[in-house]
Write a protein that binds this ligand. Structure first.
Ligand code: 4NP
Length: 158
């Protein structure tokens, strides 16, 4: 059976990437695809904290519990621990490229690349907005996660 190690990455690791982890775990399980998933932030502001309460509540309403996750900062070592590193926006991608070692294991991409409807492949940061931004984020992550799981299940090369 195919299995992959995946790291989702945003800025603070409290809004988008923990939600992406929870949603990907949920959709992978529904599709009987084995994914080992973690999340991290490019910044250290919230290290050790649980996800933002608005992300926890929004996902809880969809039956996904992310309350036990703890924020951490991404490291160069992550590039040799994971098969895929999925950036939520272009600033995250640029910051990840700065610490990416040469000849590393991971494929570093914008997560939104897997869904053609996402503008510039970005998942908008809901942190400074209202609650509705978190539901928009959830729906967007859901679409991208469905497309990514489908991609992993149907791709032939490794
Ligand atoms: P995230 O959202 O990158 O999706 O976790 C943010 C969380 C915290 C901050 C910015 C974005 N912050 O500036 O503290």
């Amino acid at each position: 059976m195919k299995s992959y190690k995946i790291l989702t990455v945003c800025l603070g690791n409290i809004c988008r990437s923990p939600a992406a982890q929870g949603i990907l775990e949920h959709i992978a399980a529904q599709n009987e695809l084995f994914l080992e998933i973690d999340s991290a932030g490019t910044a250290a502001y919230h290290v050790g904290n649980p996800p933002d309460s608005r992300s926890i509540k929004t996902l809880q309403r969809a039956g996904i519990d992310i309350s036990q996750q703890k924020a951490r900062q991404v490291t160069s070592a992550d590039f040799n621990k994971f098969d895929w590193i999925l950036a939520m926006d272009r600033a995250n991608l640029a910051n990840l490229k700065k610490i990416q070692p040469e000849n590393n294991r991971a494929k570093l991409v914008m997560f939104g690349e897997f869904n053609r409807q996402s503008a510039f492949g970005e998942v908008a940061d809901p942190y400074y907005g209202g609650d509705e931004g978190f539901e928009t984020m959830r729906l967007h992550l859901n679409e991208i996660s469905e497309a990514f799981v489908h991609y992993l299940q149907t791709k032939t090369e490794d």
